[in-house]
Every structure is written in C-alpha cells, then in structure tokens.
Design a protein around this ligand. Structure first.
Ligand code: PEP
Length: 249
C-alpha cells in the first residue's frame, strides 16, 4: 500500500549553522508518525544534515541533480555524488527549476532515468500555472507533464517514484488549492496512472500536494482520499509549523 509522506523543501535557505539549528529543533520534536518525514537542505549541507539526523527517522533528501554521471557541467551535482553523501531520494521537476532554470519535460526524463539508474527514489513535481487553471486546461497540462517525463518507464520503476502535484499559482503565494481541487486533480492523476500501468501501480504510488500547505489547512487537505501527504516549502523552515503539518495525519 502507498505511504503517507511529508517532505520539506528548504530551497535556497539556511546556511550551515542555520541548517544545524533547524535540524536540532526538528530532532527534538520528532515523534512516531504515520507519515514518512523528509527534509531537503541545500547541496552544501547535505552531508552534515545526514550526519545530524543519523539516529532520527527523518530522511535527508536533495532538491535537484544533473542527468549526467560526471563531466564538464560546471556547478552541477550528479546522482552518484548525492549517493556518496548518503542521499537516497531526490526532488525533480520543481516548478522553480522549470521556470528559472529552463528544465523541460525532455531534460527531466533524462534526470529521471539517471536517478533510477543510481537507485535513487524520486519525488517528481509538476503542476499547472494560473493561466492553465483559468482556461480549464489543467488536466491536459498535468497529463502531458507526467507522460512526457515518466511514461517511457516500465511499471516496476514506479516503486521508486513519488508524485507531487504543485499548482504553480499556489506555490509561495499564500493561495492554496481547495481540498476539493486537490482531490479532483489527485484522482485524475491516479486514473492517468491506472490507464497507463494498471490499478496496482496507481494505488501504490503516493501523490503529494504542494502549494501553501500550512498547519491550518494540512488536516483538511490530507484527509482527501487521493492526497498522500505534502511537499512543503515556506512552512518547512519552522520546526513547529513543519511538525504541525506532519502531525496532521
Ligand atoms: C514548494 O516550493 O514546493 C512549495 C509547496 O512551497 P510553499 O509551501 O511555500 O507554497
């Protein structure tokens, strides 16, 4: 059966000492939860974060990686580099990567392959922009993002894939998809998976919601049957808020 997951994406926030202090706060608040809990610090702090959380149930994950194994890609980080500092899961396709760093479905398909070849689990992000929602084309957009980047894979690969639906208009804006909008889209995503791979893959794949998820709205969003947790941005930078969301399950 699929897992509930709450993952915090710290983005380009927290230097080493801020990372250590947030991790200490998180560690002190960890209690057993029905959800898998993950945090994604900056690349420079992954090693220390993994050391700090070794004895905890919180997993340290990465925010991105390059598709090549190594070579002349100045400033980039490979899957095997992530693995060498203990990372087992990587976020791919975040809307900020798509918007500011020109990531496309085609380049993401290459990253997906590289991550899976290196036995990394993927949290694959996608979602429509406001204009798509206004023109009611959000389902077609989401379907194309998923199929272009993932549907060359075989069914078995989905054991290592978590999906994260993040409507771009709700990320960092304070505007959240209503629980019904989230449920409708998650049900559509699950049906899209079922049509391509069958019910087993569809029912066993976790689908997270992301977009201004906060302590005040997490419970209602997570109560929807096709929402299996959240990818959390702003609220993941505060241990009290983050654990209030984790404890919404
Ligand atoms: C995100 O960046 O993935 C995100 C969901 O951000 P926020 O929670 O701040 O909207």
């Amino acid at each position: 059966m699929r897992k509930n997951i709450v993952a915090g994406n710290w983005k380009m926030n927290n230097d080493l000492s801020q990372t250590e202090s947030l991790l200490a706060d998180l560690k002190s608040q960890t209690k057993s939860s029905d959800a898998e809990v993950m945090v994604a610090p900056a690349f420079t702090n992954l090693y220390q974060a993994n050391e700090a959380l070794k004895s905890s149930s919180i997993e340290v994950i990465a925010q991105n990686m390059h598709f090549a194994e190594n070579g002349a890609y100045t400033g980039e980080i490979s899957a095997s580099m992530l693995k060498s500092v203990g990372v087992k899961t990587v976020i791919l396709g975040h809307s900020e990567r798509r918007e500011y760093f020109n990531e496309t479905d085609a380049s993401l398909a290459k990253k997906v392959d590289a991550a899976l070849t290196n036995n990394l689990r993927i949290i694959f992000c996608f979602g429509e922009v406001l204009a798509d929602r206004k023109s009611n084309t959000q389902e077609a957009i989401v379907e194309s993002q998923i199929s272009n980047a993932l549907f060359h894979l075989d069914a078995d690969a989905f054991k290592n894939i978590v999906l994260a639906y993040e409507p771009v208009w709700a990320i960092g804006t304070g505007e959240t998809a209503s629980p019904e909008q989230a449920q409708d889209m998650h049900a559509f995503i699950r049906k899209t998976l079922a049509d391509k791979y069958g019910n087993d893959v569809a029912n066993n794949t976790s689908i997270l919601y992301g977009g201004s998820c906060k302590p005040g709205n997490a419970k209602e969003i997570f109560s929807k049957p096709d929402v299996d947790g959240g990818l959390i941005g702003g609220a993941a930078l505060n241990a009290d808020d983050f654990f209030a969301i984790v404890n919404a399950f």
